[in-house]
Design a protein around this ligand. Sequence first.
Ligand SMILES: Cc1ncc(COP(=O)(O)O)c(C=O)c1O
Length: 393
Amino acid sequence: MHHHSDPHPQPWPVYPPDAIEACSGLLTAGRSYDYSRGAEIAALEDEFAAGHGRAHALAVNSGTSALFLAYQALGVRAGDEVVVPTFTFPATATPLRWLGARPVLVDCGELTGNVTAETIASRITERTRGIAVTHLYGHPCDMPAIVRLARDKGLFLVEDCSHAHGAHDSSRRVGTWGDAAVFSVGARKPVSGGHGGVLLTDRADVFETACLSSASQQRSFASVRDPQRRAVSDTGLGGNLRMSPVAAVLAHAHLRQLDQLIEQKKANCEQLVRELAALPGLSAVIPRPGTDAGGRFGLHMVYDAAEAGLPRAEMIARLRERELRIGSAQTSPLHHTSLGTLPDCRTTSGTSGFPLADQLAGTWISLPADYLHGDATALIRHYVRQFKEVWQR
Ligand SMILES: Cc1ncc(COP(=O)(O)O)c(C=O)c1O
């Protein structure tokens, strides 16, 4: 048995005292909800929009809601097809079902797990209305090529940036490319209000339609300008997807310290990966040149069972016996879920239509990114020592 005390710090999300105090102030004032666009919601939206050079930001109650609103406002209708990555969280695809549309899954095209213009193009049909991409675990997709494809084919483009707060390529942040970009700001995301999502767009029609579908009256009167849309501001379009001002305060606190989080997390993640890569059978997931994975929601390494000498599941079990928070890939490809029973998920000869996603999901191990904020020196030392002991057996 191991007699050391638990070396894990409090996992993310961690909030600064002034944010907790501000929440307490809201509750004392009876302001646990907001029908309008109060100061807290406005501050979060304004900073998200400005930080991405976008005309409009809409704060809502989850990333899933923001994706639903994006698809709906971009005109997705029953029977449409939208191309989405198989390697993503289900919510990139599931709001399409609510609209009666069909998610068409796409394989990864690069070793980061991201889709590429080539893998997307192979799934476009005459029913395709749009493309959604996920910047998986913060790695930015090759957006110039994907934007070109979307333009050539006349398709809308949605970026799911839920893993990628503050991520960028050599010229731009993620969230600055798509017709709409969506961030989850819930749960363990690098920017998290506990529950929340943000929709970014430059299109007034998309913003105003999303606003009407997420709120009525005060909020829609405050934001909806187009006369036809403004005429239904009193009732809205039937969704109540507003963000709590408490969540807005918490998410805004994270947003203000995002650069600092990225700096610390980048250094910690790179150190842990560098030291573990010295072991046989463990290697880094290589980012595309010029990119940075921002707040790093999730951290993986490639595991080669033959070189390491044990099947992956057994190695993970041995590491977990030592209370290391190690697992297989954090998200499993959607063709492994019930979404995989959709048509088109198999080749005509019956093999998987997603060979690269299967390869990556079958060889990655996840490292505990949720604990690598702040000073993680002791934690990294502990993990490296434990890994080395397990490898020596
Ligand atoms: C890629 C991706 N998209 C969307 C979501 C959904 O966000 P939420 O949980 O805020 O609804 C998540 C959440 O984990 C996610 O990882």
